[in-house]
Write a protein that binds this ligand. Structure first.
Ligand code: NAD
Length: 320
């Protein structure tokens, strides 16, 4: 059955992939996005361009902090579900602007939950982050691990979002799912994220500034796998769940750089720099809960995903 889904942050990296998937399967999509300049908004315009002429797609330009706008949108929208991806993303910039992160990621999320409580829908899927785990001693990270020591403002805002979702589930019966995404990559990835940034530098023959000794490890998740998880949990609509969505394998930072260089057929030059505050030494998802509940299983191993990313990158008309 066709559903009408509100995707906040739908002009962004993950949101535009989700939009495509939902439209392809016959859903109607409304996007709410403020096209802010966290990175070049022209990239976001490019992300939405393929959908603008469609009857089953509507773009609303606005800010989730604007509670009047959000309230009107929900009152009129008659949505079947909300997938809330609008946020200030990224650990490092959150150290520079903690208040902005708090306002958008916490207050903005609260406006959406309030509007959903007043007008529906009852299904609310929230894009959380592996950063809530902080420096977790135990790997892989499970949803039951204790997470009381977030080490960046961004992580704190994402944990707050999860707690707000729980409130609205407990108090008002909203069916809220919080998905902890582990470093997502793929076509249209945010330009400041490592894979995109390193590819830029390698392609231009520039030196890569690498923080730490290169031994830090990340669980990278190809965007199609993340979209599988988002769609599955939104369709299932459990009462309340927190779920990891990861690639379920880890990659050393130096290996990532060398594999990207291999794909681009260049020799990498690396400048070793001190660790960055707020960065964690490892992320690694235990995805067994998502597997049990949703049948989630990451399909794209890192080397394949990097190949696909570089293929997208080298085909960009902007000469990326
Ligand atoms: P993105 O920046 O590409 O997308 C976010 C979108 O939200 C942008 O288009 C932006 O314009 C919009 N937005 C931001 N503030 C807004 C506001 N106040 N009002 C309306 N729209 C606003 O980022 P992304 O990588 O696609 O991330 C999507 C979501 O997933 C975010 O919530 C992010 O925290 C979360 N997440 C992403 C990753 C990742 O690796 N990409 C990992 C963990 C969690």
């Amino acid at each position: 059955m066709t559903q009408h889904i509100l995707v906040t942050g739908g002009a962004g990296f993950i949101g535009s992939h989700l939009t495509r998937r939902l439209l392809e399967r016959g859903d109607r999509v409304t996007v709410l996005d403020d096209f802010n300049d966290f990175y070049d908004p022209r990239r976001k315009r490019d992300n939405v361009a393929p959908f603008l002429e469609r009857d089953d797609y509507r773009l609303v330009e606005g800010d989730i902090r604007d509670d009047d706008l959000v309230d009107r949108l929900f009152a009129e929208g008659k949505f079947d579900a909300v997938v809330h991806l609008a946020a200030r993303a990224g650990v490092r910039p959150s150290l520079e602007e903690p208040l902005l992160y708090e306002e958008v990621n916490c207050i903005g999320t609260l406006h959406l939950l309030e509007a959903a409580r007043r007008h529906g829908p009852e299904i609310f899927t929230f894009g959380s982050s592996s950063s809530v785990y902080g420096i977790n001693k135990k790997v892989p990270f499970s949803e039951t691990d204790e997470i009381n020591q977030p080490i960046s403002p961004y992580a704190t805002t994402k944990r707050t979002g999860e707690l707000l979702c729980y409130n609205y589930h407990h108090l008002y019966g909203l069916k809220t799912s919080c998905l902890r995404f582990f470093t997502v990559y793929g076509p249209a990835q945010r330009p400041e994220m490592a894979i995109h940034k390193f590819t830029d530098l390698l392609a231009r023959g520039e030196t890569i500034p690498m923080y730490g000794d290169g031994e830090s490890r990340r669980d990278y998740t190809y965007v199609d796998d993340i979209i599988d998880g988002i769609v599955a949990v939104t369709d299932l609509a459990p009462d309340f769940e927190i779920l990891n969505l990861g690639g379920a394998e880890t990659t050393r930072l130096v290996d990532l750089i060398h594999w990207l260089a291999e794909e681009l057929a260049v020799e990498p030059r690396i400048e070793y720099l001190a660790d960055q505050p707020g960065d964690v030494p490892i992320t690694y998802a235990d995805v067994s809960k998502a597997n049990q509940l949703l049948g989630y299983s990451p399909n794209v191993p890192i080397r394949d995903g990097l190949k696909r990313f570089v293929a997208w990158y080298t085909n960009q008309p902007t000469g990326e």
